[in-house]
Design a binder for this molecule. Structure first.
Ligand code: PLP
Length: 226
């Protein structure tokens, strides 16, 4: 088969992404072990996801509770080590399901959600890895706590609600230099003494690693265009 007819599979692309993570970590003087690849499988079905799990990937991101609940139970039964991260917006009426189903939530961004998640974790006896989403670009249509409210919100979550905070998360505006946003989020996390940084997607995860990302959320670079 001629080379230019060869179609890269998600498993090939997973390997490239992992190699790029290792290279970006090295360039930044970091160890790749400190960087978790969250493979974003939203819109892809179980048949597309299974080979990626078989290739060794264990952490996946979904952005809708219902979609995840529909497609993941059989895969989880098959591969008990899989961890699922909710990376999309959460409504408080879905908090119960989300806490029962996911291992991490990256999108805690308002008091109502924080309280609902705290209540459900207590009720269900579960502890999830939680990230606070910061709207670093202050975009009106985008989720996330505004930067000027972040310190007070983290205090509420940590001190009052006793939430197990892993760190901060952001999605930079599409038309801006992501590095500025990653640097800002990293600085804010340092000030708040939070070690986790969920930042970087297919187009910019290497930059995010240079700025200290601990969790990169990569979809299309692995699974292809949606
Ligand atoms: C879809 C999505 C991603 C992955 O985006 P790609 O550009 O496909 O890598 C990452 N984070 C969030 C919050 C998303 O919704």
């Amino acid at each position: 088969m001629p080379d230019d007819n060869y179609q890269e599979t998600p498993v090939d692309r997973l390997k490239h992404v992992n190699d790029e993570i290792v290279a970006a970590a090295k360039a930044a003087g970091r160890v790749a072990d400190g960087i978790e690849l969250v493979a974003v499988s939203k819109t892809f079905d179980a048949e597309a996801i299974r080979p990626v799990i078989e290739a060794g990937q264990r952490v996946f991101g979904e952005n809708r509770v219902q979609e995840a609940e529909r497609k993941w139970p059989p895969l989880r039964a098959e591969f008990p080590g899989v961890k699922l991260h909710l990376i999309g917006p959460l409504q408080s009426n879905k908090a119960k399901e989300a806490v029962a189903f996911f291992d991490a939530i990256h999108t805690i961004d308002r008091e109502k959600i924080a309280r609902a998640v705290a209540d459900e974790m207590a009720k269900q006896g579960r502890s999830l890895e939680l990230f606070i989403q910061v709207n670093t670009g202050e975009e009106p249509q985008k989720a996330g706590v505004m930067p000027r409210e972040a310190v007070a919100f983290v205090a509420l979550c940590r001190d009052q609600l006793k939430l197990p905070l892993a760190g901060l998360m952001c999605i930079p505006p599409v038309d801006e230099e992501p590095a500025v946003h990653f640097a800002f989020l990293a600085k804010l996390a340092r000030e708040l003494r939070l070690s986790g940084l969920s930042m970087g997607m297919s187009s910019d995860f290497e930059t995010a690693i240079a700025f200290g990302a601990t969790h990169v959320r990569v979809g299309s670079a692995i699974f292809g265009t949606r």
